[in-house]
Design a protein around this ligand. Structure first.
Ligand code: MN
Length: 502
């Protein structure tokens, strides 16, 4: 995946000098053992590194400052193997800028009921040591994830794994650059928003280039590079006969390859992790990039149509979170509905730009009119997305804060669509179509989303916690009265918690 780093997680154990040097040595050895077990876990996407056993306020502060300044440290796991008086942690935690997970575990798994003595007690005190730590985290209103259970428990690894994926997405966002070719689609509200707030709160930058800057890169692509890429297309996909080298419309495939190579060169040169475009600003381009955008999304770039920079950034973060898992992530739009009394469904697609990472089979490459924009017919990949558990996520700007809305869905087999030449997915919403759509609309969710088979609601909730933004989770347990009350409560909470720094 393009521009993907693999940072590490620091494992930090808290204690104090009350216990004497002998037990502290044992505590450090045990903490190293736990950290190594996490480092070796196949369920965890990032490496855990044992950093320190901390016993004084000065040590704690120094490690937190070091974590802040180490670009390769994406977050910390904290564990109080023994009792660590938590006023020692106030200064360090006040300056910590990286996300942390509080692992509430115990070195020993089963209690040796017949032989347990005071030495055993002194070494297995997380039951109260972690409560002391949890109090100070809560007292300081620190966002974190608490994971409970023995460190060898696969379910514990699953919880930590979800958090690590969220951490990786967050780490990827910090300092990331996204480019918009042209502005938002005129008059559209939900795709717009405050890019200054986004950079303050979320860490990425979004800037605009006139499409002419892209045109210059597209025009500079060499004919031989285009020929090579077109040959690759014919090897990798089911290319329509008219678009093949011998076909009457091969020139249109060549232009699509030119767009892809020009876009790729622009993005690589600028160090961008995603982009937007708009069919309302294509001066100097013959067509809206279709397959070019699909292929670049497939390579790991975030994308949003019609200038939708928030969805472009979200799609990138979701791709990072889901990296290495089965099932892909795409830009998506709620396209049209099937409102049969036998079951309501959503047909999801976009004009062109659905990512082949969610293709259930070999995509076909076709060329058809777009119906809007007045440009040449764009080349696009056409495919069905598979059945399975999936979700849609939308990031919206409410003026005083960002809200992440997540709806868990069940994708179903796509019916035959011989007259609709777009890549598409069909899903059923949870808890049901009517409640889910009402909840989504009450929450202000957009028509554009990040759609994923690999990213889970837990990852996105952890991600929102790290970002300090609101999350609205629509799933099998959602009821509308409770959801509406949550939205009202959140208006007050976020208004007070964030104050004027929006
Ligand atoms: Mn759209």
């Amino acid at each position: 995946m393009l521009n993907l780093s693999t940072p590490e997680i620091w494992f930090v154990c808290g204690s104090q000098h009350l216990y004497g040097p002998g037990p502290l040595k044992q505590v450090a050895a045990n903490a190293l053992h736990v950290a190594d077990a996490l480092a070796d876990s196949k369920q965890l996407p990032l490496k855990t590194t044992f950093k320190a056993l901390l016993t004084t306020p000065e040590e704690i502060t120094n490690v937190m400052l070091a974590a802040n300044s180490d670009a390769n440290c994406a977050g910390l796991i904290l564990w109080m193997h023994t009792f660590s008086p938590s006023k020692m942690w106030i200064r360090g935690l006040s300056v910590l800028k990286k996300p942390f997970l509080h692992l509430h575990t115990q070195f020993n798994r089963d209690l040796p009921w017949g032989t347990i003595d005071m030495d055993f007690m002194n070494l297995n005190q997380a039951a109260h040591g972690d409560r002391e730590a949890g109090f100070i985290h809560t007292r300081m209103r620190l966002a974190r994830k608490v994971v409970v259970g023995h460190w060898s428990d696969p379910e514990v690894h699953e919880r930590i794994g979800a958090w690590m994926r969220a951490v990786r997405g967050w780490h990827d966002w910090q300092g990331a650059k996204f480019v918009r070719f042209g502005d938002n689609m005129r008059q559209v509200a939900v795709t717009d928003g405050d890019k200054v707030s986004a950079e303050m709160k979320l860490g990425f930058q979004v800037n605009t280039h006139g499409v002419g800057d892209l045109v210059a890169k597209v025009d500079a692509v060499s004919p031989s590079a285009i020929s090579t890429l077109c040959a690759d297309y014919e090897k990798s996909y089911a290319v329509a006969p008219a678009l093949k080298k011998s076909g009457a419309r091969h020139d249109e495939l060549r232009y699509s390859a030119r767009l892809e190579l020009g876009l790729a060169a622009f993005l690589a040169q600028g160090g961008y992790k995603g982009f937007t475009d708009t069919f309302e600003d294509l001066h100097g381009l013959r067509q809206l990039p279709g397959m070019a955008t699909q292929r670049l999304m497939g390579a790991g770039y975030g994308f949003g149509g019609e200038g939708d920079w928030k969805t472009a950034t979200l799609v990138r973060a979701m791709k990072v979170m889901g990296h290495g898992l089965a099932g892909g992530t795409s830009f998506m739009e709620d396209y049209t509905y099937h409102l049969s009394p036998k079951g309501h469904q959503v047909l999801g697609s976009h004009m062109l730009e659905i990512c082949p990472s969610i293709a259930s089979g070999k995509p076909s490459i076709e060329v058809h009119p777009l119906g809007i924009g007045g440009k040449e017919d764009p080349v696009r990949m056409v495919f069905d997305a598979p059945a399975g558990e999936a979700l849609n996520a939308s990031l919206v700007d409410l003026g005083n804060r960002f809200r992440l809305i997540v709806n868990e869905v069940k994708a179903v087999k796509t019916p035959k669509l011989p007259k609709l030449p777009v890549a598409r997915a069909v899903w059923e919403c949870k808890p049901d179509f009517k409640a889910a759509c009402a909840a989504w609309i009450y929450a202000g969710g957009a028509h554009h989303t990040g759609y994923s088979y690999s990213v889970t609601a837990e990852m996105l909730e952890d991600f929102a916690t790290i970002a300090g933004i609101e999350t609205v989770h629509i799933n099998a347990d959602t009821t509308l009265p409770a959801l509406k009350q949550d939205l009202r409560n959140n208006e007050v909470y976020y208004h007070l918690a964030q104050g004027i720094r929006a």
